[in-house]
Design a protein. Structure first.
Length: 226
């Protein structure tokens, strides 16, 4: 099959999955901002997106997108390294026309993946996973399972987590700003008129996403009661 066997097909899969993940991040960021306005309203959203069948299906689909995106990123990185061969070692100087993020997308992706693991540990494992375990009969405490405001406050009361999230979000910003327009270029939306526009739009959207997430982290760290 072309999508699975060719290099271009693999890039298309990675691009489509990446754009879908950016849309999810935009939704997730918007949801999190509610916590800065009303903890009660945020908890209502958390309860709606708890261990309900539609939320579980969406979670499974999201997990599949993440796996597909990173698996294909790994495969393409290995292929690119093999294609470059010894040139990768012969010329260590980055060309001026090549962005730093473009040269380090895989390393940035690893940081993003590690940050995702930390985020799942701090929130998903203590919320939706706990509810699922309770549903199947496990003896777990579900007191705070739908209390997202509590988990935000308790997590970012720890300065180590605050610092880790800031580093994660910085890496995510570099990854997304390059990945957005690169994905559109792969899909053929790169004509002279729209290429610069998509790049600008991508920078604006991804910056707003990261600033939204960062606002929750910083405000929660400074004012846990907010």
């Amino acid at each position: 099959m072309w999508l699975l066997n060719s290099s271009v097909g693999k890039k298309v899969i990675m691009s489509v999955s990446g754009l879908a993940l950016i849309l999810f991040l935009l939704f997730h960021m918007s949801m999190n901002l509610v916590a800065l306005v009303s903890g009660e309203a945020y908890n209502m959203i958390c309860e709606f997106l708890g261990a309900n069948w539609y939320a579980l299906v969406a979670t499974a689909g999201l997990a599949a997108l993440v796996v597909v995106h990173f698996v294909y990123a790994f495969i393409l990185t290995i292929q690119n390294k093999k294609a470059r061969g010894t040139q990768d070692y012969a010329d260590k100087k980055r060309p001026k026309e090549v962005e730093w993020a473009s040269q380090n997308m895989f390393a940035l992706g690893i940081i993003v993946l590690l940050g995702l693991g930390l985020h799942l540990f701090n929130f998903w494992a203590k919320m939706q996973l706990v509810e699922v375990m309770h549903m199947v009969g496990a003896n777990v405490d579900v007191t705070y399972a739908a209390d997202g405001a509590y988990h935000i406050a308790s997590t970012f009361a720890n300065p180590v987590y605050v610092a880790a999230y800031i580093v994660w979000l910085a890496a995510l910003w570099f990854h997304l700003t390059h990945g957005f327009w690169s994905a559109l270029q792969t899909l053929g939306w790169n004509n002279k008129v729209w290429f610069g526009r998509w790049r600008c739009i991508g920078n604006i959207v991804t910056t707003l996403i990261i600033l939204g997430f960062a606002a929750v982290v910083v405000v929660s760290a400074i004012c846990p009661c907010c």
